[in-house]
Each structure stands twice: as structure tokens, then as C-alpha cells.
Design a binder for this molecule. Structure first.
Ligand code: NAD
Length: 246
């Protein structure tokens, strides 16, 4: 079924791959992008809304005529002793509440939101966990705390005023256009901080190819629309399969 998609954060690493996955369906769907940054090379065939999730009127204007929303926007995760708590919460929680309210006001039925595998992390080894794993009493960091809160508001909105919602939880994402993972590793190497090892090199980590993460979002959107759908109100862990040493 052709949709009129709005990809929020569509100028980001994952967002750009979501655009690509929608295009690859070749099902007649149209795509619009909402992002706080418009690149000079934005595709001419895609309507681009420059706006801030924290402003309801920006979000609402971009949702005109849209039938399905894929929301990937977030500030980047930074390792810091003084993380930007207000920024994380204002975008990931309050901004997402704007998206939900605007979707309901426009009668939109499908909302897929990017969460994070870290929302169920305890900081201890986690092997073969699934979606029945509860949130830990204490999130591993402030970014994750905001992603947990985001996920809760998204899933709680499922079934409200015809809206159906779900979240996708990737772990570390890799692939073309990555701005965090490989650049972060290169920085560590450039600073000479790679010359020691914590543990015996048997630790495993989930890395997921960005095209697969994007595909999961589009499949989820296709499944939503009916509160009886198996995707409605659900969070989905996505992985590439076998974890690798990290
Ligand atoms: P990214 O930084 O490349 O993309 C995020 C996009 O959101 C950017 O284009 C940015 O301009 C936009 N944005 C930020 N604040 C905004 C605002 N206030 N209003 C409108 N747009 C705004 O990040 P990414 O790596 O593509 O991550 C996408 C999603 O995946 C995020 O929700 C992130 O939490 C999640 N995630 C990423 C990883 C990873 O390894 N990259 C892992 C797990 C989860």
C-alpha cells in the first residue's frame, strides 16, 4: 500500500537509509523529510521541512497530508561526565510528545520511533535477551534514560485516537554514512588510546548494519495502522544476528 511518509531526522545517518529503503520498495509511496539541518545535497525529489522537534508548530506543519511517520531524530550519544540532560530530554521526550500530539491531531495512524538497545541494558553481560526483558531500575546513562522515557510515551500512545505505534531498538549501528562509531574508533586510535585492553577479548557486542535497521523501520510501518496488528504497541530489538568481539 503506498504511504505518504515523513522521516523525522531524515538528514541523519539512519534517516538517510530509511529514505533509501522506502525508495527500494517501489510501491508508489512518497517521502518527505523533517530535520533541523538541511544539507546542500538534499535530494530534489523529496520535500524537505527544516524544523525543530521541540516546536509543535514546526512538526505539525510537516505532517500535513502524511499517512506514516518514521521518527529517527535524537541528539548524538556523547560519553561525558557532564551529559546534556536537558537537551536529551527536551528532544527525545518532549519533542517526541510533540510528534505524538501532532500525529493524533492530523489523524495519522502509523508512528515508528527509533529507540536503542541500551534501554534494557543493565551494564552487565546480557546474552540472548528478548523484548520481555524489563527496563533496569537504573538506566546506564542519561542518554539512555531519555530513550527509555521516549519509548514509554510512544508505546503508551498506541491505540489513542486511531494512532498505532512501535519502537525499534538497534544496538550500535554501522555502515555507509556513519558519523559516530568508526569516527569514534579512529579518534581513539589517533589519540593512542588503543594500546590497552579491558578483559580477555571475549566480550561480545551487537553491531547492526544500517540498511537492516532502516529496513526494520519500514517493515514496522507497513505492519502498523490497526491496533490489532502484531506490531502495534510493541518494542523490537533488532540485531544482525551473531554478536562479535568488541
Ligand atoms: P544522526 O545524528 O546521524 O541523526 C539524527 C538526526 O536527527 C540528525 O539529522 C539531526 O539533525 C536530527 N535532529 C536532531 N535534533 C533534532 C531536532 N530537535 N529537530 C529535528 N531534527 C533533529 O543519528 P543516527 O546515528 O542516525 O541515529 C538515529 C537514531 O538511532 C537516534 O534516535 C539514535 O538514538 C538511534 N540509535 C543510534 C545508534 C547508532 O549507533 N548510531 C544506536 C542506537 C540507537
Amino acid at each position: 500500500m503506498p504511504e505518504k511518509y515523513l522521516v523525522i531526522g531524515g538528514n541523519g545517518f539512519l534517516g538517510r537509509h530509511v529514505l533509501e529503503q522506502i525508495r527500494l520498495r517501489k510501491d508508489g509511496s512518497s517521502i518527505a523529510v523533517f530535520d533541523i539541518v538541511k544539507p546542500a545535497d538534499a535530494p530534489a525529489d523529496i520535500k524537505f521541512y527544516v524544523g525543530d522537534l521541540r516546536k509543535f508548530e514546526d512538526v505539525s506543519a510537516a505532517l500535513e497530508g502524511i499517512t506514516a511517520v518514521i521518527h529517527t531524530a535524537s541528539p548524538p550519544h556523547v560519553n561525558s561526565s557532564n551529559p546534556p540532560r536537558d537537551l536529551y530530554f527536551s528532544i527525545n521526550v518532549d519533542g517526541t510528545k510533540n510528534v505524538i500530539a501532532a500525529c493524533k491531531a492530523k489523524g495519522i495512524k502509523k508512528l515508528v520511533v527509533t529507540s536503542s538497545g541500551s534501554v534494557i541494558s543493565t551494564g552487565e553481560s546480557m546474552v540472548n535477551v528478548d523484548e520481555s526483558t524489563p527496563y533496569p531500575p537504573q538506566a546506564i546513562d542519561v542518554y539512555t534514560e531519555s530513550k527509555i522515557e521516549c519509548e514509554k510515551v510512544v508505546l503508551a500512545a498506541n491505540g489513542e485516537e486511531g494512532l498505532t505505534t512501535c519502537t525499534i531498538r538497534p544496538s550500535a549501528i554501522f555502515g555507509p554514512g556513519d558519523r559516530q562509531l568508526i569516527p569514534g574508533m579512529l579518534e581513539v586510535c589517533q589519540k593512542g588510546q588503543h594500546k590497552f585492553q579491558i578483559g580477555d577479548n571475549s566480550s561480545l557486542m551487537d553491531f547492526t548494519y544500517v540498511g537492516n535497521v532502516a529496513y526494520a523501520h519500514v517493515l514496522a510501518a507497513e505492519k502498523l495502522g490497526d491496533v490489532k496488528s502484531e506490531a502495534a504497541g510493541q518494542a523490537f530489538n533488532v540485531t544482525n544476528g551473531t554478536p562479535v568481539p568488541f
